[in-house]
Design a protein around this ligand. Structure first.
Ligand SMILES: [Zn+2]
Length: 204
C-alpha cells in the first residue's frame, strides 16, 4: 500500500467474507440468481475488489499525488495536456462513464510534472461522481496546488447509464467545462485553450 493511501471506509472482514462480499452475494440472490453456481461463486470477491479499485480515489489526495513535482520556471504560456483517458462511476446508477479530459493551466512561475495531471484526475475520477463535479474538482485542485494564473478543464464522456438504460441514447456525449482565473477572464487565453482542445493548434 502506497504511503499516500488512507484506509478505506469499508473495513475488510477478519476471517469470513468481507461485508461488501456478503452484500454482493445477497444482491445476486435478490436479482434471482444462484450465488453458488460455478460462474458466480467468486463474483462477490471480484466485485468487492473491483469496487475498491474503482473508488480508490477516496484514499488519495492531490497534494500527495503531486508531491514535489513542482518546478520553478519562468514559462508563461499555456500548458495543455489533451486526450487524457478517464474512467469514473456515476453516483446515481453506479454505472461507468468514460471519455477524455483536456486540461490546461497558465503558469505563474512554476510548472508541474506533466504526468501528474492524469494522476490528479484519478484522485477524483476514482470515486462515485457526477461529470460536472469531477470537472470542477480537477480545476479547483489545480488552482489550489499550482497557484497558476488560470486553469481550464474540459471533459467529454459517454455515460453507460444513458446508453444502456431507458431511452438508450447511444451516441450522446456529455461535455462539461470548468474555467478559472485567466482562462475565465481573458478571452484570448480562453480561445487559445479551446483551440488546443479542439486540435487546431495554438494561436500564432
Ligand atoms: Zn447515471
Amino acid at each position: 500500500m502506497a504511503a499516500e493511501e488512507r484506509p478505506l471506509a469499508i473495513p475488510r472482514g477478519s476471517g469470513g467474507p468481507a461485508p461488501l462480499e456478503a452484500l454482493v452475494r445477497e444482491m445476486l440472490t435478490l436479482l434471482g440468481e444462484d450465488p453458488e453456481r460455478e460462474g458466480l461463486r467468486q463474483t462477490p470477491e471480484r466485485v468487492d475488489a473491483s469496487l475498491r479499485w474503482l473508488t480508490r480515489g477516496y484514499g488519495l489526495s492531490v497534494e500527495n499525488v503531486i508531491g514535489d513535482a513542482l518546478y520553478a520556471e519562468p514559462h508563461d504560456n499555456l500548458v495543455c495536456v489533451r486526450d487524457i483517458e478517464i474512467y469514473s462511476l456515476c453516483e446515481h446508477h453506479l454505472l461507468p462513464f468514460f471519455g477524455k479530459a483536456h486540461v490546461a493551466y497558465l503558469p505563474n512561475g512554476r510548472l508541474v510534472g506533466l504526468s501528474k495531471i492524469p494522476r490528479v484526475i484519478e484522485v477524483f475520477a476514482r470515486r462515485l461522481q457526477l461529470q460536472e463535479r469531477l470537472t470542477d474538482q480537477v480545476a479547483d485542485a489545480l488552482m489550489r496546488v499550482l497557484e497558476p494564473r488560470g486553469v481550464g478543464v474540459v471533459i467529454e464522456a459517454y455515460h453507460l447509464c444513458m446508453m444502456m438504460r431507458g431511452v438508450e441514447k447511444q451516441n450522446s456525449k456529455t461535455v462539461t467545462s470548468a474555467l478559472r482565473g485567466a482562462l475565465l477572464a481573458d478571452g484570448k487565453t480562453r480561445d487559445e485553450f479551446l483551440r488546443l482542445v479542439h486540435g487546431r493548434g495554438a494561436v500564432e
